[in-house]
Design a protein around this ligand. Structure first.
Ligand code: DAT
Ligand code: MG
Length: 143
């Protein structure tokens, strides 16, 4: 499998729980390299645009409200099979269904506030990375 990039968010609930570092450690232990990272507090427009694919879903308003309720960490992760690897360590969307030892099982309690986001395909990864990061903000390892 080739080296891939994926887009990740440590969501407002996890930032509020003060577990940014613990989640970053899980990325690193899984062999994923953080090649871009910043803290932002999303505007309503930014969150609506990011989750545009879900705008007809009944939970859309609550999702946007949650994602703008506090700061988040946004990051680009790079590594072997990064998209699937990140989804695996995050666990299922509903923390009640997430496997033990996954980020969502350990740091989230409900589907409404589920600690982390990870791109689900190469196309969404490219779109989501470009949505939050300019090329200059992405820093591939040189050593
Ligand atoms: P994922 O974040 O695992 O990619 P998704 O893309 O289906 O899941 O949904 C995006 C987010 O929307 C998800 O992280 C939490 C919220 N969400 C999804 N399904 C939901 C539901 N049934 N009730 C409330 N929020 C939901
Ligand atoms: Mg998704």
């Amino acid at each position: 499998m080739a080296i891939e990039r994926t887009f990740s968010i440590v969501k407002p609930d996890a930032v509020a729980k003060n577990v940014i570092g613990e989640i970053y450690t899980r990325f690193e232990r899984a062999g994923l390299k953080i090649i871009a990272s910043k803290m932002i507090h999303m505007s309503k427009e930014q969150a609506e645009g990011f989750y545009a694919e879900h705008k007809e879903r009944p939970f859309f308003g609550a999702l946007v409200e949650f994602m703008t309720s506090g700061p988040v960490m946004v990051q680009v992760l790079e590594g072997e099979n990064a998209i699937a690897a990140n989804r695996e360590i995050m666990g299922a969307t509903n923390p009640q269904e997430a496997l033990r030892g996954t980020i969502r099982a350990d740091y989230a309690v409900s589907v409404d506030e589920n600690a982390a986001h990870g791109s689900d395909a190469p196309e969404s990864a490219a779109r989501e990375i470009a949505y939050f990061f300019s090329d200059e903000e992405i820093c591939p390892r040189t050593r």
